[in-house]
Design a protein around this ligand. Structure first.
Ligand SMILES: Cc1cc2nc3c(=O)[nH]c(=O)nc-3n(C[C@H](O)[C@H](O)[C@H](O)COP(=O)(O)O)c2cc1C
Length: 363
């Protein structure tokens, strides 16, 4: 029996297997609205056999986008465009999840293939904000915008935006909600001592730095149905001396657990240029962090990072290092990754294939 292909029930939601598509920015939205591209990208992964398909970092406000082409959930048109996509994902036997995000001081950027640099207002950029007023970088070469040091009313406004986006996510048909608190975006930047130099109630010790995340989570959990799964993505380490450690994150996870969070998605890095990038070196170590988190906190965990092989994914679940494996680049490469993994592991194809595929190519 395959562990990877065993179902998982979280609250009222049952995943057909333990394979999830990691959130991946597509930079193809117009005014935050999903396009045919998103149906194709997300829908193909559901046809390909994934148990869970998580929509990319979806901004809670226009200013919360990383680029002008990022997805959003700040208005009803965005809800209407996402609904057919979540309906299709469900029709194929997968569970649709969404990652809600605010880019903070890493917002107002060009899309990566055009350089990813900060955009001026005339280039279509906007004012950015963060826990402090230090720019992400200052290499003297490119434009690095300084964020606004957020005041109490800015904090409350962003929290309200997260809550409103949570309600819209439900209307859009999502069944699993993930908060993006990783990779140096707004919530992670509050948590990390490398970025948060505040001296008020939201800065200083770990509990104070976690306050923004914990308050936001509590407000979102109150409007997200109790019977639906609620996940937080954390950067389990800042990869930099003096930054967040795995132990810090395990402590934060215990506070999140008390607020009704069901699962932690264990990523890493991204707070500062010195921190190793979220998708470069060290990434394979994230699986071990998901295992440590799971063991220490009693929460379910998602492992992500260089998971590419069927047997590797099977072993992660079999050895109880994580409850779900998330794949990003391997899924870009092959939306049928779960189908191919099922074949390799000798799993009954009806679980991962639509009837037409079973009939003609299922053997
Ligand atoms: C194209 C692309 C877009 C990504 N966008 C997001 C995102 O929206 N939110 C997020 O938390 N991580 C994002 N990531 C990181 C992935 O979710 C994942 O953590 C990382 O790629 C490691 O997994 P992998 O080794 O399977 O690619 C992105 C990665 C890629 C390749």
């Amino acid at each position: 029996m395959s562990h990877l292909f065993s179902p998982l029930t979280v609250k009222s939601v049952t995943l057909r297997n333990r394979i999830g598509v990691a959130p991946m920015c597509q930079y193809q939205a117009i005014d935050g609205i999903a396009q045919a591209w998103h149906m194709t990208q997300l829908g193909s992964k559901a046809v390909g056999g994934a148990g869970l398909v998580i929509t990319e970092a979806t901004a809670v406000s226009p200013e919360g986008r990383i680029t002008p082409s990022c997805m959003g959930l700040w208005n009803e048109m965005q809800v209407a465009a996402l609904r057919p996509i979540t309906d299709f994902i469900k029709s194929q036997g997968a569970v649709p999840g969404v990652q809600l995000a605010h880019a903070g001081r890493k917002g107002s950027c060009a899309v990566p293939w055009l350089g990813g640099q900060h955009l001026t207002d005339t280039q279509g950029g906007w004012d950015i904000m963060g826990p402090a007023d230090q720019p992400f970088d200052d290499d003297g070469v490119r434009l690095w915008k300084a964020p606004k040091h957020m005041q109490q009313d800015d904090i409350e406004q962003v929290q309200d935006e997260f809550v409103a986006a949570t309600q819209r996510a439900l209307k859009a048909g999502y069944e699993l909600l993930e908060i993006h608190c990783a990779h140096g975006y707004l919530l992670h930047s509050f948590l990390s001592p490398l970025v948060n130099t505040r001296t008020d109630y939201y800065g200083g010790n770990l509990k104070n730095r976690a306050r923004m995340l914990l308050e936001t989570t509590a407000k979102m959990r109150a409007v997200w149905p109790q019977e639906l799964p609620f996940v937080v993505r954390l950067s389990m380490t800042d990869w930099v001396q003096g930054g967040l450690s795995v132990e810090d994150n395990i402590e934060v996870a215990s506070w999140l657990k008390a607020l009704g969070v069901d699962m932690i998605d264990c990523s890493a890095g991204g707070a500062t240029p010195a921190a190793r990038s979220a998708i470069n070196g060290g990434i394979a170590q994230q699986v071990g962090m998901a295992a440590d988190l799971r063991q220490a906190s009693g929460l379910m965990s998602m492992a992500v990072g260089e998971i590419t092989q069927a047997q590797q994914a099977e072993d992660i679940i079999a050895h109880q290092q994580a409850d779900i494996v998330l794949l990003a680049r391997a899924m870009l490469h092959d939306p049928y990754w779960p189908t191919h993994a099922a074949k390799e592991l000798g799993v009954e194809m009806s679980q991962v294939m639509p009837p037409l595929h079973q009939l003609f190519i299922g053997r």
